[in-house]
Design a protein around this ligand. Structure first.
Ligand code: CP
Ligand code: NVA
Length: 296
C-alpha cells in the first residue's frame, strides 16, 4: 500500500491516519520504537526543510532507520530510470518517501515495485502536508462542517488540501487569479465529497471561514515565473484586511516556507491567529501516523 495522493486515499484510510496522528501526538512515548528493525529511504529531488527533518525524526522515534537520499548523488531519470531506482531500492528498504518534480515518476516507480511509496511532494499533490493541515484544523474546530478558504495558486498543496478537507467532511473555497485555478479533475473529484467553490474574489472567499490558507505564488521549479506571478497574485495576499474579512474566529495556515511580504504579511504570520508552526510540528506526528498506517 502506497500514499501517492489524497485523491487515491480512501476516506476510511484518511480518517484512520488522522486518528493515529492525534493519538501519537497525545502520547508519543507509547509509540517509541513501534516499528523497530525497519529501514526507510527519504529521496529529495527538490529542496526541503520540514519534510526532510520531520520525516527523519518521525522514523527514528518509531525505531526506524531513515536514509536520506539526495538526487544530486543518485540522478533519478538521468543516471538511471525511475523504475530501476525503485527496483534497486526496494531490495533494501521497507518504504520509500520521494519528493519529485514529475508526479509521473512516482507513479512509474509505484507500478514497478511492491514497496510502499509515499509522496513527499510532487507537482500534483503534497499529501503528507494535507494530513498535518487537517490535524491543525481539527485542533481548532471539528473538521466536519468547517470551511477552509485557500487564497493563491491552485497548486499541489491546494489540490491535497481540497481533497483532504472535503473527504474529511469540510468545505473549501479556492480564490485564484484567472489562469491559476486548481486542476479541473481534482476539483471534480473533491466535489464528489463536499462543497468546493472557485472564485476570483479573495475577500468573498474568506467570509465565514474557519481557516484561511495560502502557499507561495511560485512553487519550486517555477522560479523564472516569480516576477510575473507577483503581479498576477498581488490582490491575493493574506493581510490584516483579509483576516478581518474572515472574522474573529478564523485561524491562519501556511505549509511554509512563507515568502513574507508576498502571499502573506509579517503581521498575519506573527499574529495570534497564525498556527503555522503548529502545522509544521504536526508534520512530525502526521508522518508517524502515515508510517504506522502503511507499515504497522
Ligand atoms: N511544507 C513543506 O513541505 O516544507 P519543506 O519544503 O521545507 O519540506
Ligand atoms: N507549492 C510549494 C510547496 C512547498 C512546500 C512547492 O511546490 O514548492
Amino acid at each position: 500500500m502506497s500514499l501517492l495522493t489524497i485523491a487515491e486515499t480512501p476516506v476510511a484510510d484518511l480518517r484512520r491516519i488522522l486518528e493515529l496522528g492525534a493519538a501519537v501526538k497525545a502520547d508519543p512515548l507509547s509509540y517509541r520504537g513501534a516499528l523497530g528493525g525497519r529501514s526507510i529511504g527519504l529521496f529529495f529531488q527538490k529542496q526541503s526543510l520540514r519534510t526532510w527533518v520531520s520525516c527523519d525524526v518521525a522514523a527514528i522515534q518509531l525505531g526506524i532507520h531513515p536514509i536520506v537520499i539526495r538526487n544530486d548523488q543518485t540522478g533519478l531519470g538521468t543516471r538511471e530510470t525511475p523504475e530501476d531506482v525503485g527496483r534497486a531500492l526496494e531490495r533494501y528498504l521497507d518504504l520509500l518517501g520521494m519528493r519529485v518534480f514529475d508526479h509521473g515518476d512516482l507513479a512509474a516507480i509505484d507500478a514497478a515495485t511492491e514497496m510502499p511509496l509515499v509522496n513527499l511532494l510532487s507537482d500534483r499533490e503534497h499529501p503528507c502536508q494535507a494530513v498535518a493541515d487537517l490535524m491543525t484544523l481539527a485542533e481548532h474546530r471539528p473538521i466536519e462542517g468547517s470551511k477552509v478558504a485557500y487564497l493563491g495558486d491552485g497548486n499541489n498543496v491546494c489540490h491535497s488540501l481540497m481533497l483532504a478537507t472535503t473527504k474529511a467532511g469540510g468545505s473549501i473555497t479556492v480564490a485564484t487569479p484567472p489562469g491559476y485555478e486548481p486542476d479541473v479533475d481534482v476539483v471534480a473529484l473533491a466535489r464528489t465529497f463536499g462543497d468546493v467553490d472557485l472564485t476570483e474574489d479573495p475577500h468573498g472567499a474568506v467570509t465565514g471561514a474557519d481557516a484561511v490558507y495560502t502557499d507561495v505564488w511560485a512553487s519550486m521549479g517555477q522560479e523564472t515565473e516569480a516576477d510575473l506571478r507577483r503581479r498576477h497574485f498581488a490582490r491575493f495576499q493574506v493581510d490584516d484586511a483579509v483576516m478581518t474579512a474572515a472574522g474573529p474566529e478564523a485561524i491562519f495556515l501556511h505549509c511554509l516556507p512563507a515568502h513574507r511580504g508576498e502571499e502573506v504579511t509579517d503581521s498575519v504570520m506573527e499574529s495570534g491567529r497564525s498556527r503555522v508552526f503548529d502545522q509544521a510540528e504536526n508534520r512530525l506526528h502526521a508522518f508517524k501516523a502515515i508510517l504506522l498506517h502503511l507499515l504497522g
